[in-house]
Write a protein that binds this ligand. Structure first.
Ligand code: GLV
Ligand code: MN
Ligand code: MN
Length: 414
């Protein structure tokens, strides 16, 4: 018997549809920012799915949710799998969700079919994967690997000045017990995450499965530019210190630098705050949220150094004060070659064509790689679109991804 054949396409489809109603916006997307009513409702629904699947559920004090299926040996390290259910603003129904539901489905069919496994299996839902509310992402998995300090909990704030510590507390967890959230690496065998590709390689190559071999990582920083506010009509062009014009020039420089580096380098200015943001006032201050990524730390650091140089040159020429504040800096990782082999041979056994693939997006797996072996399974994203309401993956592709995940977990946990 193939455990893959026990996976229920219908159940996954129904669960995706039900989950998509939580946080649905009037514009056709989904907004579930971490530690909000909607995100917690989604987590509660997922917890009920875990319980229906026969998993023992528990939360850590950060708000991460786990569903456990005990193996024959309580001593053997745990095989972990999962993803997240928080979203960007007006995002889609698949990012994070298919890895979460796929994990529960896989563990469910393993339990229902009494598949012997030595290692305990754990489905995880990491909180705050998206960097929208607190600007830094993958917070739950960062806490789980111990890569988080008490001061980070107070430093990271949302736009209403609510600190991460406060948000966690308001949901009934205890951020002061951060140490208890940290997982012992010796007790984890590996982490495998199923996810949508969020790019167009699989669709272009007409392949149902991507086996991730490396994950790009971001450096995120906030740039505050201070010029001089003034009258938009009465201030001659040669008397201005327009913070927005400096920001515009810097944004174009970031684009030029990323394009010049080429390959997997990308640079994005995704956040712009203009102060005072009035049609007849020269902007006195602008705050930019900047995201730069690459698959090698060396190339990413070189890009950041070049961007910093450009910022300083532009600011000096325009007589603008520029302050750079690093929000998070992560290192790119390679996935485990052994897990890549297991995933690709499983695809071959199931008759699913696959290719190796780089993840340009980051994932909780990026953090987990610091303490354990990781693997990622990608399925196609229509038009490569993600982080948008148009995000779509077909249920057939999702089903195949969950089938591969189930087989891979059996092999890893046996
Ligand atoms: C996470 O979704 C990212 O920004 O890559
Ligand atoms: Mn995402
Ligand atoms: Mn995701």
């Amino acid at each position: 018997m193939k455990i893959a054949d026990k996976v229920s396409k219908n159940r996954i489809e129904n669960q995706i549809k039900t989950l998509a109603q939580i946080g649905a916006t009037g514009e056709g997307g989904i907004t579930r920012l971490p530690y909000t009513k909607d995100e917690r409702a989604a987590v509660a629904l997922v917890k009920s799915y875990m319980e229906e699947a026969g998993l023992q559920t528990f939360f850590d004090q950060f708000g991460n949710l786990f569903g456990k299926l005990e193996g024959k040996s309580t001593e053997a390290p745990v095989v972990m799998t999962g993803s997240h259910v928080d979203t960007v603003i007006n995002g889609g129904a698949f990012d994070g969700v298919i890895g979460t539901l796929g994990a529960i489905e896989a563990l469910r069919v393993i339990r229902e079919n009494n598949i012997p496994h030595v290692h305990t299996l754990e489905a995880c839902v990491f909180v705050s994967e998206e960097p929208v509310r607190f600007r830094a992402g993958t917070l739950g998995s960062k806490a789980a690997i111990g890569d988080f300090t008490q001061s980070d909990l107070d430093r990271l704030k949302d736009k209403d000045n609510i600190s991460l510590a406060q948000a966690i507390k308001e949901c009934g967890f205890n951020p002061e017990q951060l140490e208890s959230v940290r997982r012992d690496p010796a007790k984890i065998k590996c982490f495998v995450e199923l996810h949508i590709e969020q790019s167009i390689i699989l669709e272009t190559k007409k392949l149902p499965i991507g086996v991730v071999d490396q994950i790009a990582a971001p450096t995120n920083f906030r740039l505050t530019l201070k010029g001089k506010a003034g009258h938009a009509g009465a201030t001659p062009m040669n008397m201005r210190n327009d913070a927005f014009m400096a920001a515009a020039e810097i944004a174009l420089e970031i684009e030029r630098i990323a394009i010049t580096i080429g390959k997997e380098a990308v640079g994005t200015v995704g956040e712009v705050k203009v102060i005072p943001n009035a049609i007849n006032v020269i902007p006195g201050e602008v705050i930019l949220g900047i995201d730069v990524r690459d698959v090698t730390s060396k190339r990413k650091d070189e890009a950041i150094a070049e961007i910093e140089k450009s910022i300083n040159n532009i600011a000096a020429r325009r007589n603008i004060e520029a302050v750079i504040e690093i929000i998070q800096k992560q290192e790119p990782v390679k996935t485990s070659p052994q897990i890549v082999d297991i995933i690709s041979s499983t695809c071959n056994e199931l008759g699913l064509p696959w290719c190796n693939i780089t993840s340009g997006a980051y994932h909780d797996a990026l953090n987990m790689a610091k303490i354990t072996d990781i693997g990622m399974i990608f399925i196609p994203s229509a038009g490569g679109i993600s982080h948008a309401k148009e995000e779509f993956s077909s249920i057939d592709d999702i089903y195949q991804g969950a089938r591969v995940l189930a087989e891979v977990l059996v092999k890893l946990a046996s």
